[in-house]
Design a protein around this ligand. Structure first.
Ligand SMILES: Nc1ncnc2c1ncn2[C@@H]1O[C@H](COP(=O)(O)OP(=O)(O)OP(=O)(O)O)[C@@H](O)[C@H]1O
Ligand SMILES: Nc1nc2c(ncn2[C@@H]2O[C@H](COP(=O)(O)O)[C@@H](O)[C@H]2O)c(=O)[nH]1
Length: 201
Protein backbone atom coordinates (compact mmCIF):
# COMPACT_ATOMS: atom_id res chain seq x y z
CA UNK A 1 0.00 0.00 0.00
CA UNK A 2 1.50 3.30 -1.10
CA UNK A 3 0.12 6.46 0.46
CA UNK A 4 0.60 9.91 -1.03
CA UNK A 5 -0.22 12.95 1.10
CA UNK A 6 0.45 16.66 0.57
CA UNK A 7 -1.12 20.04 1.03
CA UNK A 8 -3.98 20.48 -1.44
CA UNK A 9 -2.67 21.32 -4.92
CA UNK A 10 0.90 20.01 -4.54
CA UNK A 11 0.32 17.41 -7.27
CA UNK A 12 -0.87 14.07 -5.80
CA UNK A 13 -3.56 13.49 -8.43
CA UNK A 14 -1.17 14.39 -11.24
CA UNK A 15 1.51 12.02 -9.94
CA UNK A 16 -0.85 9.14 -9.13
CA UNK A 17 -2.35 9.22 -12.65
CA UNK A 18 1.11 9.05 -14.21
CA UNK A 19 2.28 6.32 -11.83
CA UNK A 20 -0.80 4.19 -12.56
CA UNK A 21 -0.25 4.59 -16.30
CA UNK A 22 3.28 3.21 -15.92
CA UNK A 23 2.50 0.35 -13.49
CA UNK A 24 -0.03 -2.16 -14.77
CA UNK A 25 -0.08 -4.11 -11.50
CA UNK A 26 -1.00 -1.04 -9.43
CA UNK A 27 -4.56 0.10 -8.66
CA UNK A 28 -5.94 3.29 -7.18
CA UNK A 29 -8.05 3.21 -4.05
CA UNK A 30 -11.19 5.19 -4.95
CA UNK A 31 -12.38 7.11 -1.90
CA UNK A 32 -15.92 8.03 -0.94
CA UNK A 33 -16.59 11.69 -0.22
CA UNK A 34 -19.41 14.03 0.71
CA UNK A 35 -17.75 16.78 -1.38
CA UNK A 36 -19.58 17.80 -4.56
CA UNK A 37 -17.96 16.68 -7.84
CA UNK A 38 -15.68 19.17 -9.62
CA UNK A 39 -16.30 19.74 -13.32
CA UNK A 40 -15.15 16.63 -15.19
CA UNK A 41 -14.95 14.37 -12.13
CA UNK A 42 -16.63 11.01 -12.66
CA UNK A 43 -18.51 9.12 -9.93
CA UNK A 44 -16.88 5.75 -9.26
CA UNK A 45 -13.67 6.82 -10.99
CA UNK A 46 -12.42 9.94 -9.17
CA UNK A 47 -14.53 9.39 -6.06
CA UNK A 48 -17.76 7.79 -4.93
CA UNK A 49 -19.79 10.95 -4.39
CA UNK A 50 -22.23 10.22 -1.58
CA UNK A 51 -24.33 12.23 0.87
CA UNK A 52 -23.71 12.54 4.62
CA UNK A 53 -26.35 9.99 5.74
CA UNK A 54 -24.82 7.39 3.41
CA UNK A 55 -21.33 8.25 4.67
CA UNK A 56 -22.52 7.82 8.28
CA UNK A 57 -24.15 4.51 7.40
CA UNK A 58 -20.85 3.31 5.91
CA UNK A 59 -19.03 4.29 9.11
CA UNK A 60 -21.64 2.40 11.17
CA UNK A 61 -21.28 -0.66 8.92
CA UNK A 62 -17.48 -0.54 9.39
CA UNK A 63 -17.04 -0.21 5.62
CA UNK A 64 -14.05 2.17 5.81
CA UNK A 65 -10.40 1.29 6.26
CA UNK A 66 -9.96 4.91 7.40
CA UNK A 67 -12.01 8.08 7.24
CA UNK A 68 -11.58 11.73 8.15
CA UNK A 69 -13.06 15.17 7.93
CA UNK A 70 -10.99 17.33 5.55
CA UNK A 71 -11.85 20.93 4.54
CA UNK A 72 -15.46 20.66 5.86
CA UNK A 73 -16.19 17.45 3.94
CA UNK A 74 -15.89 13.77 4.81
CA UNK A 75 -13.60 11.39 2.99
CA UNK A 76 -13.08 7.66 3.50
CA UNK A 77 -11.40 4.62 1.98
CA UNK A 78 -13.84 1.72 1.33
CA UNK A 79 -12.03 -1.37 2.60
CA UNK A 80 -13.50 -4.07 0.28
CA UNK A 81 -11.76 -3.07 -2.98
CA UNK A 82 -8.45 -2.59 -1.15
CA UNK A 83 -8.54 -6.09 0.37
CA UNK A 84 -9.55 -7.59 -3.02
CA UNK A 85 -6.65 -5.90 -4.82
CA UNK A 86 -4.12 -6.90 -2.16
CA UNK A 87 -5.34 -10.50 -2.32
CA UNK A 88 -4.70 -10.44 -6.08
CA UNK A 89 -1.11 -9.39 -5.35
CA UNK A 90 -1.55 -5.83 -6.58
CA UNK A 91 -0.06 -2.65 -5.17
CA UNK A 92 -2.68 -0.16 -4.01
CA UNK A 93 -2.15 3.60 -4.24
CA UNK A 94 -3.90 6.01 -1.84
CA UNK A 95 -4.34 9.79 -2.19
CA UNK A 96 -5.34 10.61 1.39
CA UNK A 97 -4.54 13.21 4.03
CA UNK A 98 -2.32 12.86 7.13
CA UNK A 99 -5.23 11.70 9.31
CA UNK A 100 -5.94 8.79 6.97
CA UNK A 101 -2.22 7.99 6.76
CA UNK A 102 -2.05 7.82 10.57
CA UNK A 103 -5.05 5.48 10.70
CA UNK A 104 -3.56 3.16 8.05
CA UNK A 105 -0.27 3.15 9.96
CA UNK A 106 -2.08 1.85 13.02
CA UNK A 107 -3.89 -0.80 10.98
CA UNK A 108 -1.06 -2.10 8.80
CA UNK A 109 2.29 -0.35 9.23
CA UNK A 110 4.38 -3.24 7.80
CA UNK A 111 2.55 -3.14 4.47
CA UNK A 112 2.54 0.61 4.14
CA UNK A 113 4.88 2.97 2.29
CA UNK A 114 4.15 6.63 2.97
CA UNK A 115 5.29 9.42 0.66
CA UNK A 116 4.84 13.11 1.37
CA UNK A 117 4.71 15.47 -1.61
CA UNK A 118 5.89 19.04 -1.03
CA UNK A 119 5.38 22.02 -3.34
CA UNK A 120 8.51 24.02 -4.22
CA UNK A 121 6.97 27.04 -2.43
CA UNK A 122 3.65 28.17 -0.95
CA UNK A 123 3.41 30.80 -3.68
CA UNK A 124 3.66 28.05 -6.32
CA UNK A 125 1.11 25.97 -4.37
CA UNK A 126 -1.43 28.81 -4.57
CA UNK A 127 -0.64 29.29 -8.26
CA UNK A 128 -1.36 25.60 -8.88
CA UNK A 129 -4.66 25.70 -7.01
CA UNK A 130 -5.67 28.69 -9.17
CA UNK A 131 -4.40 27.19 -12.44
CA UNK A 132 -6.43 24.03 -11.77
CA UNK A 133 -9.39 26.41 -12.10
CA UNK A 134 -11.83 24.07 -10.39
CA UNK A 135 -12.37 25.68 -7.00
CA UNK A 136 -13.80 29.03 -5.93
CA UNK A 137 -11.59 31.73 -4.41
CA UNK A 138 -13.14 30.93 -1.03
CA UNK A 139 -12.23 27.25 -1.28
CA UNK A 140 -8.70 28.07 -2.49
CA UNK A 141 -8.23 30.44 0.46
CA UNK A 142 -9.45 27.76 2.88
CA UNK A 143 -7.10 25.14 1.41
CA UNK A 144 -4.14 27.55 1.51
CA UNK A 145 -4.92 28.37 5.15
CA UNK A 146 -4.69 24.63 5.99
CA UNK A 147 -1.56 23.97 3.92
CA UNK A 148 0.94 24.63 6.71
CA UNK A 149 -0.95 22.33 9.09
CA UNK A 150 -0.82 19.51 6.50
CA UNK A 151 2.88 20.17 5.80
CA UNK A 152 3.63 19.96 9.54
CA UNK A 153 3.08 16.17 9.29
CA UNK A 154 5.86 15.63 6.73
CA UNK A 155 8.17 13.89 9.23
CA UNK A 156 5.61 11.08 9.75
CA UNK A 157 6.33 9.83 6.21
CA UNK A 158 8.97 7.39 4.91
CA UNK A 159 9.84 9.48 1.85
CA UNK A 160 9.56 13.15 0.95
CA UNK A 161 9.53 14.41 -2.64
CA UNK A 162 9.51 18.06 -3.71
CA UNK A 163 7.26 18.26 -6.77
CA UNK A 164 8.94 21.08 -8.67
CA UNK A 165 9.43 19.48 -12.06
CA UNK A 166 6.73 16.83 -12.53
CA UNK A 167 8.95 14.45 -14.55
CA UNK A 168 11.65 14.59 -11.88
CA UNK A 169 9.10 13.99 -9.10
CA UNK A 170 7.58 11.08 -11.02
CA UNK A 171 11.01 9.48 -11.52
CA UNK A 172 11.69 9.75 -7.78
CA UNK A 173 8.30 8.27 -6.95
CA UNK A 174 8.88 5.36 -9.33
CA UNK A 175 12.30 4.81 -7.70
CA UNK A 176 10.58 4.56 -4.31
CA UNK A 177 8.10 2.00 -5.64
CA UNK A 178 10.85 -0.05 -7.31
CA UNK A 179 13.08 -0.03 -4.22
CA UNK A 180 10.20 -0.99 -1.91
CA UNK A 181 9.27 -3.88 -4.21
CA UNK A 182 12.85 -5.15 -3.94
CA UNK A 183 12.78 -5.34 -0.14
CA UNK A 184 13.62 -8.86 0.94
CA UNK A 185 10.41 -9.35 2.91
CA UNK A 186 8.35 -8.28 -0.11
CA UNK A 187 9.90 -11.10 -2.21
CA UNK A 188 8.93 -14.23 -0.22
CA UNK A 189 9.83 -16.45 -3.19
CA UNK A 190 13.49 -15.37 -3.13
CA UNK A 191 14.55 -17.86 -0.41
CA UNK A 192 13.51 -20.76 -2.68
CA UNK A 193 15.29 -19.14 -5.60
CA UNK A 194 18.51 -18.82 -3.60
CA UNK A 195 18.21 -22.44 -2.43
CA UNK A 196 17.85 -23.52 -6.05
CA UNK A 197 20.90 -21.46 -7.02
CA UNK A 198 23.00 -23.12 -4.33
CA UNK A 199 21.62 -26.65 -4.81
CA UNK A 200 22.15 -26.38 -8.56
CA UNK A 201 25.75 -25.23 -8.19
N1 LIG B 1 5.23 19.81 -11.03
C1 LIG B 1 4.20 20.60 -11.39
N2 LIG B 1 4.44 21.78 -12.00
C2 LIG B 1 3.41 22.60 -12.37
N3 LIG B 1 2.09 22.32 -12.15
C3 LIG B 1 1.80 21.14 -11.55
C4 LIG B 1 2.82 20.23 -11.13
N4 LIG B 1 2.23 19.16 -10.55
C5 LIG B 1 0.90 19.39 -10.60
N5 LIG B 1 0.64 20.57 -11.20
C6 LIG B 1 -0.68 21.22 -11.43
O1 LIG B 1 -1.13 21.71 -10.16
C7 LIG B 1 -2.54 21.60 -10.04
C8 LIG B 1 -2.87 20.78 -8.78
O2 LIG B 1 -2.41 19.44 -8.97
P1 LIG B 1 -3.21 18.18 -8.42
O3 LIG B 1 -4.67 18.33 -8.69
O4 LIG B 1 -2.51 16.98 -8.94
O5 LIG B 1 -2.94 18.36 -6.85
P2 LIG B 1 -3.47 17.50 -5.61
O6 LIG B 1 -2.35 17.39 -4.65
O7 LIG B 1 -4.06 16.22 -6.09
O8 LIG B 1 -4.60 18.43 -5.02
P3 LIG B 1 -5.83 18.04 -4.02
O9 LIG B 1 -5.22 17.62 -2.73
O10 LIG B 1 -6.58 19.32 -3.89
O11 LIG B 1 -6.65 16.96 -4.66
C9 LIG B 1 -3.05 20.92 -11.34
O12 LIG B 1 -3.52 21.92 -12.21
C10 LIG B 1 -1.78 20.25 -11.91
O13 LIG B 1 -1.81 20.16 -13.31
N1 LIG C 1 -8.29 10.67 5.04
C1 LIG C 1 -8.67 10.73 3.76
N2 LIG C 1 -8.35 11.80 2.99
C2 LIG C 1 -8.72 11.79 1.71
C3 LIG C 1 -9.42 10.72 1.13
N3 LIG C 1 -9.65 10.99 -0.18
C4 LIG C 1 -9.09 12.20 -0.40
N4 LIG C 1 -8.52 12.68 0.72
C5 LIG C 1 -7.80 13.95 0.90
O1 LIG C 1 -8.72 15.02 0.96
C6 LIG C 1 -8.06 16.21 0.51
C7 LIG C 1 -8.96 16.95 -0.44
O2 LIG C 1 -9.18 16.21 -1.62
P1 LIG C 1 -9.95 16.88 -2.86
O3 LIG C 1 -10.15 15.80 -3.87
O4 LIG C 1 -11.22 17.45 -2.32
O5 LIG C 1 -9.03 17.97 -3.39
C8 LIG C 1 -6.74 15.76 -0.14
O6 LIG C 1 -5.70 16.05 0.79
C9 LIG C 1 -6.89 14.28 -0.27
O7 LIG C 1 -5.65 13.61 -0.16
C10 LIG C 1 -9.74 9.60 1.96
O8 LIG C 1 -10.36 8.60 1.55
N5 LIG C 1 -9.35 9.66 3.25
Amino acid sequence: MIVLSSPSGAGKTTLTRRLLADNADMVMSVSATTRLPRPGEVDGQDYYFIDKPRFSAMIDADDFLEHARVFDNYYGTPSGPVFDALEQGRDVLFDIDWQGAQQLTQAASDDLVKVFILPPSLRELEKRLRSRAQDSEEIIAKRMSKSEAEISHWAEYDYVIVNDDVEDALRKLQNVVDAERLKRRRQPWIAGFVKGLIDGA
